[in-house]
Design a protein around this ligand. Structure first.
Ligand SMILES: C[S@@+](CC[C@H](N)C(=O)[O-])C[C@H]1O[C@@H](n2cnc3c(N)ncnc32)[C@H](O)[C@@H]1O
Length: 304
């Protein structure tokens, strides 16, 4: 039971939480600014629960707008989530340092996990190879443990694969040595702070990483700078805006407990807009998943 009175003193009748009729609606609510963990909603519509509304607005859940069930006269609630994307205001360096530690921590486990959709992954490799003739020099960012760089290396003259996590890069180097791949180099770097001169590469690759980059504008500008005129940027990116809203709630909750890194909630349209702003023209759009609704667009973009 919850209930009480509003700050203005208006009485609110106790509200039994009625589990069976509980309805979850992922609708954007107006910002909840108070820092208290639980308080009465000043509009008098019910009880507002404000969870961990920290400096970064990790998550705020509001229970409000209840209505009474026609059959048993108990109230039913809607849950509104308030999850603004403050990425533009958050210092990017904070994320890079923090996230590098996160990915270092899970690198060995990530290396041991099998690829969830092998057929979809193979389709992505196949479409990527379609743009390669063996003479290109490629740059990859967010390469993880180097699986993709090592798979594509035979189709390239040379590939430099990078990541923010030294743990991931250490594993990638072990794999390259075990496979005796001479045309692959693994380095700790980001596209915006890469040490290579302008127009060094024919192709840039970014798989399952753009949604993890807080400073995406800088990263995309960096990729653009590193590519030769007409060079290709090939990417595949999980777009959380196109997924079940519960995934976004789960991500925010995990972030609060340090179990998830920075994640942007993007749509394919957002990505394309950002790439266009950085000076790219999209020349291929595809979805490669074997089953279900695929929220990871594969995009091939050409440097204008
Ligand atoms: C989900 S893994 C993807 C790895 C690999 N590309 C793949 O498809 O398996 C994301 C990788 O991006 C790296 N990463 C996270 N944030 C990054 C950033 N801001 N810049 C570059 N890499 C980043 C992580 O260290 C991690 O290795």
């Amino acid at each position: 039971m919850v209930g009480g009175s509003t700050p203005s003193g208006t009485a609110i009748r106790p509200i039994p939480l009625h589990g069976a009729m509980f309805s979850a609606t992922a609708t954007r609510a107006p910002p909840i600014t108070a820092r208290s963990s639980a308080r009465l909603d000043p509009n008098g519509h019910g009880f507002a629960l404000n969870l961990l509304n920290s400096e970064w607005c990790k998550i705020a859940v509001r229970l409000s707008s209840y209505e009474f069930c026609r059959f048993c006269n108990l109230p039913r609630f809607q849950i509104f989530t308030h999850m603004p994307d403050h990425s533009a205001q958050e210092p990017a360096m904070f994320h890079v340092a923090n996230d590098a530690r996160f990915w270092d921590r899970i690198a060995r486990k990530y290396a041991a996990d099998p690829i969830a959709d092998m057929a979809g992954y193979e389709r992505t490799l196949e479409r990527t190879r379609h743009y390669l003739n063996g003479a290109e020099t490629a740059f990859e960012f967010g390469c993880g443990t180097g699986t993709t760089a090592l798979r594509l290396a035979p189709s390239l003259r040379r590939i430099v694969a990078t990541d923010i996590s030294s743990g991931m890069i250490a594993i990638a180097r072990e794999k390259a040595e075990a496979e005796d791949r001479a045309n692959v180099a693994f380095e700790v770097a980001t596209p915006d702070a890469a040490p290579w001169p302008d127009e060094s590469f024919d192709v840039a690759l970014g798989f399952n990483v753009l949604h993890l980059v807080a400073a995406r504008e800088a990263a995309l500008n960096g990729v653009h700078r590193l590519l030769k005129p007409g060079g290709l940027f090939i990417s595949k990116t999980p777009c959380l805006k196109e997924m079940n809203p519960l995934v976004r709630i789960a991500v925010r909750v995990m972030q609060v407990f340090g179990k998830a890194p920075y994640v942007a909630f993007l749509s394919a349209a957002d990505l394309e807009r950002e790439m266009a702003a950085a000076g790219f023209e999209i020349i291929e759009r595809a979805r490669h998943a074997s089953r279900g609704r695929d929220a990871r667009p594969f995009l091939v973009a050409r440097k204008r």
